[in-house]
Design a protein around this ligand. Structure first.
Ligand SMILES: [Fe+2]
Length: 200
């Protein structure tokens, strides 16, 4: 049975219109609704992006990447790790790294690098500063490596929709932009949810 293209309203309307068909046993009707709800929850996997040359293993476990006095616009980013059916993946690991306000990566140490474990609900959160532009990558971005048991690990990069250099960066993609709330033209809380595919 397919319910492609039908919204809940469409489905209910059709069922009502076809009431004389006794479409149902209530059990069949419940099956249809369940299938529809499963379809509505389904999500497209987050696209892969290059890991880049400055990834470092064994980053510290901290949600505070921004130290007092650090230059740059403070930002807080949070979200969930989900499977393609929209279910949270608690216990997923999330590695994050990005350039500082001046566009420089910490190669010797671990500034602006962290390794987190998603909490209940598959949630992650960290506070940091807006990464700067650097010459070989003009577009501001944050690197992620996300993994969860039974799912394919994902390396990707997230972007900022209001970065004036987005259009000049060949890796930029609107479907990987952190969604920010704005207060007085300042970024406050950003959100991005990751969707992982199951391992074969
Ligand atoms: Fe980078």
């Amino acid at each position: 049975m397919t319910i492609d293209g039908l919204s809940r309203r469409d489905l209910l309307a059709k069922c009502a219109a076809l009431g004389s068909l006794t479409f149902a046993s209530s059990l069949l009707f419940a099956d249809v609704l369940e299938a529809w709800e499963e379809r509505e929850k389904s999500r497209k996997p987050t696209p892969w992006n290059e890991v880049g040359p400055v990834y470092k293993r064994n980053a510290p476990h901290t949600t505070h990447l921004r130290a007092p006095g650090d230059p740059g616009l403070p930002v807080t980013v949070s979200g969930q790790i989900l499977d393609t059916r929209g279910n949270a993946l608690p216990g997923a690991s999330v590695e994050i790294w990005h350039a500082d306000h001046h566009g420089r990566y910490d190669i010797d140490g671990y500034r602006y690098r962290t390794s987190l474990v998603a909490a209940d609900g598959g949630k992650y959160m960290f506070d940091s500063v807006m990464p700067g532009h650097y010459p070989s990558r003009v577009c501001q971005h944050i690197h992620y490596l996300v993994a969860a048991p039974g799912h394919k690990p994902l390396t990707t990069q997230l972007y900022f929709a209001d970065d004036p250099y987005d259009a000049t960066d060949h890796w930029f993609s609107f479907d990987r932009c952190i969604q920010f709330q704005y207060t007085d033209k300042a970024k406050t809380n950003g959100r991005f949810d990751f969707v992982l595919e199951r391992s074969p």
